[in-house]
Design a protein around this ligand. Structure first.
Ligand SMILES: [Zn+2]
Length: 243
């Protein structure tokens, strides 16, 4: 059975409550889900070589999921990246990245390695090494061009990630097909229109998962603790979870 090994580079929601790092996680030390502002710092702190990242998977263009990309590019450019990297995200990810990066580090895109930009379109799985991701539209910020969750295969393992989303049929579908679901949960009891909470939504999501599957909660407020649900845990910054 393929190892399924997740290291969290952050677990906080957009407000970094209580000093939590912004949400993101690394799968098997080579596939990075989300590029939060502190992504490079977190990889360095975990002792993971940023040049070993084979793909970055971005769910949407909110700053807490995206604005770490300039720093990753900076590292790759000046610290010897030679191998290609794939960046998977919603449509216009390359255009948004170029806009931001060229303004904050002019000339940043003048580098010698290759970026393979891949638009994550629903129904069109993207394979990088032993990881295959297929996007699903989720219910988040309608002012953004797209908001995605991902159904993923890693060798013979199946996991999913909600991205940022309110409770909706798409995230329930992700739960039904997964042995591990990484879910956002932005608050304990407060009802936020673009997000899920612990009290109302996590029990619904947990019920949609097969009983033997695991639920890992991230993108949290600092009062999201002790889920009290079977096979469910709240992820912690810089913690590693093996399944
Ligand atoms: Zn968001």
């Amino acid at each position: 059975m393929t190892d399924l090994d997740l290291s969290f580079i952050g677990t906080g929601n957009a407000f970094a409550p209580g000093g939590l790092c912004w949400n993101g996680f690394l799968v098997n030390e080579k596939f990075l889900f989300e590029a939060p502002p502190q992504a490079l710092m977190s990889l360095n702190r975990l002792g993971v070589d940023p040049n070993a990242i084979e793909a970055v998977v971005i769910s949407h263009h909110h700053g807490d999921h995206f604005l770490g990309l300039p720093f990753l590019l900076l590292h790759w450019k000046y610290f010897g990246r030679k191998t290609p990297v794939r960046i998977i995200g919603p449509s216009e990810t390359e255009a948004v990245a170029r806009q931001v990066c060229e303004r904050v580090y002019p000339g940043l895109f003048d580098f010698s390695f290759e970026i393979e930009w891949a638009t994550a379109a629903p129904g069109a799985p993207i394979t990088t090494g032993d990881l295959t991701v297929e996007s699903v539209p989720v219910k988040h910020d309608r002012k953004l061009n797209e908001n995605l969750g991902f159904a993923c295969r890693l060798g013979d393992r199946r996991f999913a990630y909600t991205g940022d989303s309110a409770i909706c049929e798409a995230v329930l579908d992700l739960a039904r097909g997964s042995e591990l679901l990484v879910s956002e949960c932005a608050s304990r009891a407060e009802r936020l229109p673009m997000h899920m909470n612990l009290v109302d939504d996590m029990p619904v999501l947990r019920a949609a998962l097969p009983p033997e599957s695991s639920l890992l909660i991230t993108h949290i407020n600092s009062d999201v603790t002790d889920p009290g649900l079977p096979r469910t845990a709240v992820a912690r910054d810089f913690e590693r979870y093996r399944f």
